[in-house]
Design a protein around this ligand. Structure first.
Ligand code: ANZ
Ligand code: ZN
Length: 820
């Protein structure tokens, strides 16, 4: 007692909050609700500095809204399926659950110490059967609504390890990460979600998010969805099938001089004549060793195979030779293009290698592409284009589509870069796909009353490793079942779901996390959702956020929820660096969160995180001073201590207090309201530090700690401090004689009268005679006052031609100008 003792304070209040359910929303409708959510953690090891930053930011929002009188839900859970647990289990000959749940326990303790305002009764883990039952149930709803389907698709395959590899596991331009063998492609029957059905809505609804999500995230999503408008044009092929192509430039149709088909598409095989078939097969074989990213690289030398066949330009009747090449992708557009080398760089590069003609059809005034090797893209006048001649590019696009439509050989169309979501994983530690495959009945959903399909518990270590097929395929007892429809012998689906499926709906589950009769309780969901403020890293800018938006829209369409966007506002916190670099084992610049907390205390670490920079910016731990933060906390706490010792009259009318301090307090609160709404948390801390200093000065300059204005200021200090340093703030609140928690206290009602700035009159003398009177702020500096005085016209007149020898300033009330 009497001293600021971090250990004592931390121990006392951690208990208090748990015992009193301080952060459990009352959920009784007595107050308006707000839902604050941090992206849930993956349980690898203990919490690290990155968690400490992200959760500190989310907690400022949650605590501020609590203080403003909202009923706040701020839940937490764990994204606990995934590869690291599986790899650890394989290495230790254990089950992934052991590693996973041990880590969750460790992280949970750290979270509790870190004093996040969490309602622990809503805690969830995606790897619990209580959770994945409903992930499976939701999958079945998608399946029944035609939004989940299976198709053959190529996967990365290591022939030596006999295993499927994720894109990130293919390194050095095509080698297996584990053994260095050349990776090939293999065809597998896999599950997809039909996210492409939602491409337009995912784009268009972004309008609602504008201004509430970081512009950078919206741009990344737009780019990922990649909507292109143009036309589909159908080309007849001599002795072959009709070939549709997608083009964004139907205006250049007269400049098409050849056609290119994706070499790996079946279409190439259908089209090739006997003479060129062997060359095509060889080319396709080589292509298996090239990643999609390399294929699309603009500087990649162009290669290809002539197919021995010709297409016919629907507008001109011209014969166009057909080629197969890797620069055309089989899964974009129609997998075939009309090549316009004068106006498309990749087509031009190909034409130059294969010696094909280049015909300019849009005169842009630039050098001839055939000579320069540079395709022209700009606007200009159509030439060599029959009835399109003389039109501008935009006019010609419209006219060309009309001509195609009139002939029945094409129409306007839209194309997306977005692909359906491949959700099958040939891995163990994930949600099993709740489908049974029957020879007679096909894909049969596991009946709802038999959910969950549990993961088998008997597999250990190496048995969990994928060996050409999913590890679940070797659990024969689990695998073989009776068909729920015909009763015949059938088998379970052996794939598990991408963990992004788990995280696409967890924010809905929180509303009724303990309900074991349904995925979510509609009434509770309607009360709490959508999320008012989501907080997390920019690394999730695309997939997690896009998938969650897709899930929300699909569930809305199924009539299961009543909102179409899950996250009203998004805040991306920065990273914590050390010495200007991301922390990493190889650089040896890691900072251990636990050690920081032990050395400086939780409050000082949190304060440092928030004060270091605006939340979106990175924090460089080499540049900050948690020791300084600890000293500041002690200073703030001492205010409360001194006020409580002085025993001043708590109910004394605040108006009898020091007016200057009262003005400062009310101004601070009023400014901080706006700063908090704008997420300028670091500036709030700066204002709080000022208030502490001014309060101490006021005490020292004679008002003393019993002055009611000092008490008022100190209460505000405790409240603002509670947003970042809850232990110290709570202790201050108790010292000030309040109960219960500062988190449940009421926010200061700003008195507008105290926001009006007072002025004082400054007298300006020249050679001892009063020449002007100025209305100035009582806080004016000597330099400012001198400048004002010398700028006054009557003062300048009084000085005349004389030389100013000396200016004596006694701010804020007097300036004396001595001339010679
Ligand atoms: C003729 C043309 C002329 C084109 C011209 C462009 C410029 P975005 O904007 O990305 O949608 N294309 C179509 N399908 C393709 C595929 N599967 N693989 C590679 N390229 C493909 O690009 C659409 C343009 O990319 C299309 O318009 C097509 O080339 C090419 F002066 O058609 B264009
Ligand atoms: Zn059957």
């Amino acid at each position: 007692e009497g001293v600021y003792d971090v250990a004592r304070i931390e121990a006392r209040w951690a208990d208090y909050w748990t015992t009193n359910n301080t952060f459990v929303p009352t959920d009784d409708g007595s107050r308006p609700r707000r839902y604050v959510l941090d992206m849930f953690p993956y349980p690898s090891g203990d919490l690290h500095m990155g968690h400490a930053e992200a959760f500190a930011m989310g907690d400022v929002v949650a605590r501020y809204w609590m203080l403003r009188g909202y009923d706040v839900m701020h839940p937490i859970g764990w994204d606990s399926f995934g590869l690291p647990a599986e790899n650890a289990a394989i290495k230790r000959n254990a089950h992934p659950a052991e590693w996973t749940y041990a880590n969750i326990e460790t992280q949970k303790k750290s979270f509790q110490r870190y004093a996040i305002t969490t309602d622990w009764s809503r805690e969830l883990h995606t790897s619990d059967p209580e959770y994945y039952t409903w992930t499976q149930w939701l999958f079945q709803q998608f399946f029944r609504n035609g939004l989940a389907y299976r198709k053959e698709s190529p996967v990365n395959w290591c022939p030596k390890d006999q295993t499927v590899l994720a894109n990130e596991q293919v390194i050095n331009g095509g080698e297996c990460e584990r053994c260095g063998t050349q990776v090939t492609k293999k065809s597998l029957n896999q599950w997809y979600f039909k996210i492409t059905d939602y491409a337009d809505r995912l784009l268009d609804d972004m309008g609602e998010l504008e201004g509430h999500w970081p512009e950078r995230v919206l741009a990344m999503q737009r780019n990922w969805i990649g909507r292109s408008t143009g036309a589909t044009v159908r080309f007849a092929v001599e002795d072959g099938p009709e070939i549709p192509v997608f083009t964004t430039r139907p205006d250049t149709l007269f400049g098409a001089t050849f056609m290119v088909v994706a070499a790996d598409a079946e279409l190439a095989r259908e089209l090739v004549d006997d003479e060129h078939a062997a060359a095509l097969e060889q080319y396709r074989e080589d292509l298996k060793r090239v990643s999609d990213i390399e294929r699309q690289a603009t500087d990649r030398p162009k290669t290809g195979v002539f197919l021995g066949r010709y297409a016919v330009n629907p507008l001109t009747g011209e014969r166009l030779p057909m080629w197969a090449s890797d620069y055309v992708l089989s899964d974009y557009g129609t997998g075939a293009i009309m090549a316009v080398p004068a106006h498309d760089q990749r087509d031009l590069d190909f034409a130059r290698v294969m010696d094909l003609p280049v015909r300019v059809v849009v005169d842009t005034g630039e050098e001839d592409p055939a000579a320069s090797g540079v395709a022209t893209h700009g606007d200009g006048v159509l030439v060599n284009s029959g009835e399109l001649d003389g039109l501008s590019k935009d006019e010609a696009i419209v006219r060309a589509v009309e001509l195609l439509a009139a002939r029945g050989t094409g129409e306007a169309s839209v194309n997306y870069r977005l692909r359906d979501w491949l959700l099958s994983r040939q891995r163990f530690w994930g949600t099993p796909i709740p489908i049974i495959h029957c020879e007679h009945c096909g894909e049969v959903p596991v009946p709802e009353d038999q959910l969950p399909v549990r993961l088998p518990e008997n597999l250990r270590g190496e048995e969990l490793a994928p060996k050409g097929k999913s590890p679940l395929a070797s659990a024969t007892e689990w695998l073989n079942v009776d068909c729920p429809q015909c009763g015949g012998a059938a088998q379970r689906d052996t794939d598990t779901m991408d963990t992004f499926v788990d995280s696409s709906w967890y924010y809905i589950r929180y509303a009724s996390a303990q309900d074991d009769t349904q995925a979510f309780d509609r009434v509770a969901v309607d009360r709490w959702l959508p999320v008012d403020q989501y907080v997390g890293g920019v690394e999730h800018a695309i997939l997690h956020l896009l998938y969650s938006r897709f899930f929300t829209k699909a569930l809305y369409d199924m009539g299961l929820i009543s909102f179409t966007e899950p996250f009203k506002a998004l805040l991306n916190q920065g990273q914590v660096l050390n010495g200007g670099r991301a922390m990493s084992k190889s650089l040896g610049n890691g900072v251990d969160l636990g050690e920081q907390l032990d050395t400086y205390g939780v409050d000082a670490v949190r304060l440092t995180m928030v004060f270091a920079s605006p939340p979106e910016d990175d924090v460089d731990w080499a540049d900050v001073s948690p020791g300084g933060a600890a000293k500041f906390l002690a200073r703030a706490w001492r205010l409360a201590h001194d006020v409580s010792e002085a025993g001043g009259d708590r109910d004394a009318a605040a108006s009898t207090g020091d007016r200057g301090l009262r003005q400062k307090t009310h101004r601070t609160v009023s400014d901080c309201e706006q700063l908090l709404d704008e997420h300028k948390f670091n500036v709030v801390i700066a204002r709080l530090m000022e208030l502490v200093n001014v309060t101490r000065k006021t005490i020292d300059q004679g008002a003393g700690p019993a002055d009611p204005a000092v008490r008022e200021a100190t209460e505000v200090v405790a409240q603002l401090l509670s947003l970042v340093s809850p232990y110290t703030a709570e202790d201050m609140w108790a010292l000030l004689g309040h109960e219960p928690s500062v988190a449940r206290s009421s926010w200061l009602n700003v008195d507008p009268e105290l926001l009006v700035e007072d002025t004082v009159v400054a007298v300006v003398q020249v050679k001892g005679k009063v020449r002007d009177r100025l209305d100035v702020s009582p806080q004016i500096t000597a330099a400012q006052l001198e400048e004002l005085a010398l700028a006054s016209e009557t003062v300048q007149k009084a000085i005349g031609d004389a030389e100013v020898r000396k200016v004596i300033v006694r701010e804020p009330k007097l300036v004396n100008i001595v001339t010679g």
